[in-house]
Design a protein. Structure first.
Length: 175
């Protein structure tokens, strides 16, 4: 990768990272301000609404009773993610999704970590479901993280399919 391309990649990753953190923390602050005052707001009927919630655990409320250890584990996971990205960008760039996707993933992880540092919990407000059947409430950082992981998996699958040998002999079984 030439120097100019590397600068473009780093710029895309950094800009997306900053935008992701700002968008997530901004929407969380807006949700706290408006939903505390007005309560649940329907966006598309019962199916899609904004409803303020707090998650002391990790994804889907797992480990909610573990207190400060969740912050430590979240911090370590975010540090490991950043370290992996730097290493992968230096050694195996062709096997990764675009830099902006990595910016979404890292930005989402950092935004949730920053939110958790304040009071030990993450602010959630996106509420999907029908009637009493609801999905776990989540936030924009969660969306960015899931999208980023999905793109990494798709990119990995695409590269593994491209590298598969074309002429694989059929396995014969005795009759």
């Amino acid at each position: 990768m030439n120097a100019m391309h590397a600068v473009k990649e780093a710029t895309a990753l950094l800009a997306t990272f900053i935008g992701t953190v700002a968008a997530d923390l901004g929407t969380k602050a807006l949700a706290e301000q408006s939903l505390m005052q007005y309560g649940t707001r329907e966006v598309v009927g019962e199916w899609f609404r904004f409803s303020l919630g707090y998650n002391q655990g990790v994804a889907f409320g797992l480990f909610a009773t573990d207190g400060p250890s969740v912050i430590i584990v979240s911090g370590l996971a975010t540090l490991l993610l950043a370290t992996w990205m730097v290493h992968a960008l230096r050694t195996d760039r062709d096997r990764l999704p675009p830099s902006w996707v990595l910016g979404l993933l890292l930005g989402g992880a950092v935004a949730n970590l920053l939110d958790r540092l304040g009071d030990g919990r993450v602010t959630d407000f996106i509420d999907l479901g029908l009637g009493a059947y609801r999905w776990a409430t989540f936030n924009l950082a969660d969306v960015f993280i899931v999208f980023g992981v999905g793109m990494i998996l798709l990119t990995s699958y695409r590269h593994s399919a491209e590298e598969a040998p074309e002429d694989v002999p059929a396995i014969s079984t005795p009759d």
